[in-house]
Write a protein that binds this ligand. Sequence first.
Ligand code: BES
Ligand code: ZN
Length: 644
Amino acid sequence: MKKYGLLAGALCLPVLFACSESSQTASAAKDVDQKSELEATKASSEIAATDEAKIASGVDYHSFANPDEIRVTHLSLNLAANFETKQLVGDVTLDIERIQPDSNTLVLDTRALTIQNVTVNGQPVDFSMGEKDEDLGTPLSITLPEGADKVTVAYTTSPSASGVQWLTPAQTAGKQHPFLFTQAQAVHARSFIPLQDSPQVRVTYDATINTPKDLLAVMSAANDPTTERDGEYEFTMPQPIPSYLIALAIGDLQFKAMGERTGVYAEPALLDSAAKEFEDTEAMLEVTEQTYGPYQWDRYDLLILPPSFPFGGMENPRLSFITPTVIAGDKSLVSLIAHELAHSWSGNTVTNATWRDLWLNEGFTTYLTYRIMEMIYGHDRFKKEAVLGYQDLENDVAALDENDEILAIDLRGRNPDDVFSNIPYEKGALFLREIEHKIGRENFDAFLMQYFKDFAFKSITTDTFIAYLNKTLLAQYPDKLDAERINTWIFQSGIPEGAPHPESDAFVKIDATRDAWLSGETKAVDIDTTQWTVHEWLYFLNNMPASLSTEQLAELDAAFSLTTTKNNEIAHSWLMIAVENTYEPAYERLYSYLVTIGRNKLVKPLYRELSKTPEGKAFAKRAFEEAKPGYHPLTVRANEGFVN
Ligand code: BES
Ligand code: ZN
C-alpha cells in the first residue's frame, strides 16, 4: 500500500528548486501593506521588479498564513455536525514545525469562524483576530509558548460558511434526510477549519466526525466501504495534501463497488444508475496508471452529490465529488470522471503552488482527460471532444479581457472564484498538445510520467515548471522546442498562431447537415440523427447562427423534442438558443432547469443571457429568487449580479 507516495514526498531533488520554493509564502497582510506602499510611491521600477520576482517565486496572495516561519504539518479534526443550527462544532489540533526557530506567532486563515479558545497542552494561549477581508477572511494570530509543537483551536462554523452547504431533506433525491457537503477550492477550507489555507502547505490529517445516527460521513481520506452507520466516523489521510483538498460530506449514503479499487457513494435512489453510468472508472484508472505512472492514493471512489453542487466535479483525493447532472444514461458525459480521476496525478500529486498557477492543475488535467477518453472510447470520440473544447476556448478568448487569457494569470487583489474560465483548462491542454505533436506522443508521455514522479507531493509554480522544461525537453529537443514559444503560450493572451487546431470528420458532416437545414434544403424531420451522440447534438446546436426564427425553433423542437431532452448538456445548449431568440415554448423547462440545477457552469450562461433584456431579466429574477435558498453560496455569488 502507498509504496510510492510518502517516499517520493520526502525527497528533495537538487536539480529542481521545488523544495525550497514551497517555503516562500508571504502573508497577504504583508502584501496589502506593500501594495499601498506601491501606490503611494507610484511604483518605482525597483519595487515593481521585486514584486514580479515575488510573484514568480510563488508568494500566495490568497492566504494570510506564515508557513515560511511556522508551518502546519498535520491536522486532527474533531467535529460534530449540527443540522438544526447548520454548524460544525468542535476543535482542530495542528501539528507545527518551526521553519524560523525564533518565531512564536502562528498565523492561520479563518473565514466567518467563531473561535472559542486556543490551547497548548490544555492551557489557554493568547490569540487575536486581524482585520477582515471580504474575499480572504480574517487572519488568526496565535502566540505560542516556547517549544510548543501542537496547538488546539476550538471553534464553530457559521451557518452561511462559504465552503459548506447544508441541504434540507427536500433538496436531496430521497427527500427524507438532510445532507451536508464541503467545497474548499479555492479559498474556502478556512470557512470550516482554521488552517494555513494555501496550496503550498501540505498536511496529513485524521478526523473524528459525529453525525445524526442514521447518516453516513465520508471524507477525502481512507473511507471503509463496510463502515457501520453509528453516527461516529474516523478517517485518516496519510499522504500530505493541500488544504483545498480537505472535504467532508454527510448524508443518507450507500456504497456500491464498480471494480476492485473503485466504487460509488450515493443516495439509494441514485446508486445503481450511477454505478452503471460510471462503470468504466476502473478501466480509466488502469490506463492512466499505465501511461502516467502508479496511482498514489489507494482507492478511487466517487461521491454523487445533490444537484445543487456548484461544480461538475471536485477532485477530492480518494473520493471525487460529482454532480448528478452527468448521469445521462448513456455514458455521454463521463469525461468528467476522467477529468477528476486525472487530477489524482495533475493537481493532487503535483499541485499548483498558488492560484495563479491553476493551469498546472487544470491544463494538465484537461490534456490527460482527452488522452484517457481516447484510450477508453477511441479516436473519434476524442476528436469530437477536442473540437468542442476548442470551441469553448475560442468563445472565451472572444469574450474575456486580454489579461484573463494568460495562463499564468495575475490574481493579486482578485477573488479566484470570480476568474473561472476555460483558459487554464483548454488553453493549458492545447499548449501541452502542441508539445506532444512537436516531440512525439511517446516522448511526451515519458516526460509526463517523470514529471509526476519528480514533483510528487510538491506544490510548484509556473516558473518552476518552466525551469524544469528548460532542463529537460528544451535541452533534449532543441530543434523542436524553443523557450520563446513556451513563453508566448504561458505569458501572452489569446491562442498563439499556429497552435494545434482540432478537427473531426464527424463534425464536418454535421456542418453540412446544419447548412442544408438552414438553407431550407432539408426539413428537420428528414435529418437522420439515429447515430448522433451527445457530441453531434452539441456541435449541431452550438454552431447555429445567432438569430433563428420562431418557426425554425418550433420545427427543430417538434422534430427532436429538444425542450424535453433528458441530457443536461444538450438542454443547456438548446436553452441558450431559446433565450437568445426568446423562444417561449422552452421557458417552462428553462425555469425548472434554473431552479433544480445549481451547477454554475450550466446556469450562469443562461442568467447572463437572460439579463440582456428587461423581460429576460425579470424572468431570471423570478427563477433566481425561487432557486436561491437551494443554491450553493458560490452559485448565488456568481449569478446575483445578473438579476439585480
Ligand atoms: N478542481 C476543479 C473545480 C474547481 C476549480 C473548483 C477551481 C474551484 C476552483 C474541478 O476539477 C473541475 O475542473 N471541474 C470541472 C470539470 C470539467 C472541466 C470536466 C467542472 O466542475 O465543470
Ligand atoms: Zn479540474
